[in-house]
Design a protein around this ligand. Structure first.
Ligand SMILES: Nc1ncnc2c1ncn2[C@@H]1O[C@H](COP(=O)(O)OP(=O)(O)OP(=O)(O)O)[C@@H](O)[C@H]1O
Length: 337
C-alpha cells in the first residue's frame, strides 16, 4: 500500500466554520489509489462542505487536504492538479442558453475530452438542445460526461445519481466499477445506500461535521449481523428467538425473521434442535446497517446510538459564505473544474 502522502486524497483535521456553524470539525481520512470511497451522512452533516473544500471552492478555517498531492490551500498547485481531477457538483450551474454540446466544447478545450464519445453513448444527454430544456436527469448525465471525459485520475462527485432513473443509476454503478478496475480513484457523496453497497470499497460516515465511521463496506455489513428467516412451529420460534444475539424478531404467518448478531454455530445448533421447515440466511438490509448512523433505533449488538444532534448547525444560524459559494460557476455558466 502507498504511504499516506502518496494517496490521491488525504484530508487532515479539515475544519470549516460558517459564523458559529461548524460544518466540518477536524475531518480526517484518506482515500487509496484505485478505491471507490462513499461519503455518507444525513442532511446537513457537512459532506458538500468537505467536497467544496477539496476543490478549493471554499477555504478551510483550519486543517488541510491534498488532492493528487496538491495542497488545497495552494492555488497554483491545485489548479495544476485539477487537470487530472473530475468534479461533479451537487448543483449544476450550466448556462441555460448554451447547448450541451457547447458546454462540453468549453470543458474539452480547457482540460481535454478523449473519452467524450464513449461517455455520450453511456450517459445520453440531448447535447444539441439548450440546457434550459434539460430535465434534472439530463443535466446530471451531462455533468457525468463532463466529469469523466478527460480521463481523470481522481473523480470527486456530490450525489452523482440524484435525479437519474433506475436504469441510468445502474449504468452509473457499472461504469464506476469499471473505472475502479482501470485504476481511477472515485470519491462521492451519496444518500443511495444500495448504490453504496454495490460500488464502494470503503465508506466514511459524517455526522454533525465529524467522521464517525471509516470502514470497509464488507466489514460494515458483517458487523451488521445476518438477516435470518425461519419457517417453524410457534413453539420452536419461541425458543429460537430467545437465543442470545437475536435482534428485532418479526413474526410472519409461517415463521419469524430477525437480525442475528451472535456466533453462527450457536444459531446452527439452536436450529438443528427443532423441526425447521425452511431457513434463509443472508446479509442484513443495507438500510438497517446504516440506520444507527442516521439516527435509527439502535444497533444489532444492542447498543444505542449516541444522542448528539445530527444537524451540524446545532440550530444556530451561520453567516453565509456567499462570495466563495458562487465560485463554482464560471463566466460561461459551465461548471468550473
Ligand atoms: N455557505 C454557508 N453558509 C452558512 N452555513 C452553511 C453554508 N454551507 C453549509 N452550511 C451549513 O453547514 C452545515 C453542513 O452543510 P453541508 O451542505 O455541507 O451538508 P451535507 O452533508 O452536504 O447535507 P445534504 O446531505 O443535505 O446535502 C449545515 O448546517 C449547513 O446549513
Amino acid at each position: 500500500m502507498s504511504g499516506e502522502a502518496d494517496r490521491p486524497l488525504v484530508v487532515e483535521g479539515l475544519t470549516k466554520e460558517f459564523g458559529n456553524v461548524v460544518a466540518n470539525d477536524a475531518v480526517s481520512f484518506a482515500v487509496n489509489e484505485g478505491e471507490v470511497f462513499g461519503f455518507l451522512g444525513p442532511n446537513g452533516a457537512g459532506k458538500s462542505t468537505t467536497i467544496r473544500l477539496l476543490l478549493g471552492l471554499l477555504k478551510p478555517t483550519s486543517g488541510t487536504a491534498t488532492v493528487l498531492g496538491a495542497d488545497v490551500r495552494d492555488e497554483a498547485a491545485l489548479t495544476e492538479a485539477k487537470r487530472r481531477i473530475g468534479y461533479l457538483p451537487a448543483h449544476l450551474g450550466f448556462a441555460e442558453e448554451a447547448t450541451g454540446e457547447a458546454v462540453l466544447e468549453y470543458h474539452g478545450a480547457v482540460k481535454g475530452d478523449s473519452r467524450r464519445a464513449e461517455l455520450l453513448e453511456l450517459f445520453t444527454p440531448p447535447v444539441d438542445r439548450p440546457i434550459r430544456e434539460y430535465s434534472t436527469g439530463n443535466k446530471r448525465m451531462l455533468g457525468l460526461v463532463q466529469a469523466f471525459m478527460h480521463d481523470p485520475d481522481l473523480v470527486i462527485m456530490d450525489e452523482p445519481t440524484s435525479g437519474l432513473d433506475p436504469l441510468k443509476q445502474e449504468a452509473f454503478n457499472e461504469f464506476v466499477r469499471d473505472e475502479r478496475d482501470r485504476g481511477t480513484t472515485v470519491f462521492f457523496s451519496s444518500h443511495v445506500l444500495s448504490e453504496v453497497r454495490r460500488v464502494c470499497d470503503r465508506v466514511g460516515i459524517l455526522r454533525g461535521g465529524s467522521v464517525v465511521e471509516l470502514e470497509n463496506v464488507e466489514a460494515l455489513l458483517h458487523r451488521g449481523g445476518k438477516h435470518v428467516r425461519v419457517h417453524a412451529s410457534d413453539a420452536a420460534i419461541a425458543t429460537i428467538t430467545d437465543l442470545d444475539g437475536v435482534v428485532d424478531p418479526d413474526r410472519f404467518a409461517e415463521g419469524v425473521q430477525f437480525i442475528y448478531a451472535g456466533g453462527v454455530n450457536a444459531l446452527l445448533r439452536e436450529l438443528a434442535a427443532h423441526d425447521v421447515r425452511d431457513v434463509e440466511v443472508g446479509e442484513p438490509p443495507i438500510e438497517d446497517v446504516f440506520a444507527h448512523y442516521y439516527g435509527g433505533e439502535g444497533t444489532p449488538d444492542g447498543s444505542s446510538p449516541t444522542e448528539e444532534a445530527w444537524d451540524g448547525s446545532g440550530g444556530a444560524t451561520g453567516e453565509s459564505d456567499g462570495a466563495e459559494a458562487t465560485s463554482e460557476n464560471d463566466g460561461t455558466g459551465a461548471t468550473n473544474v
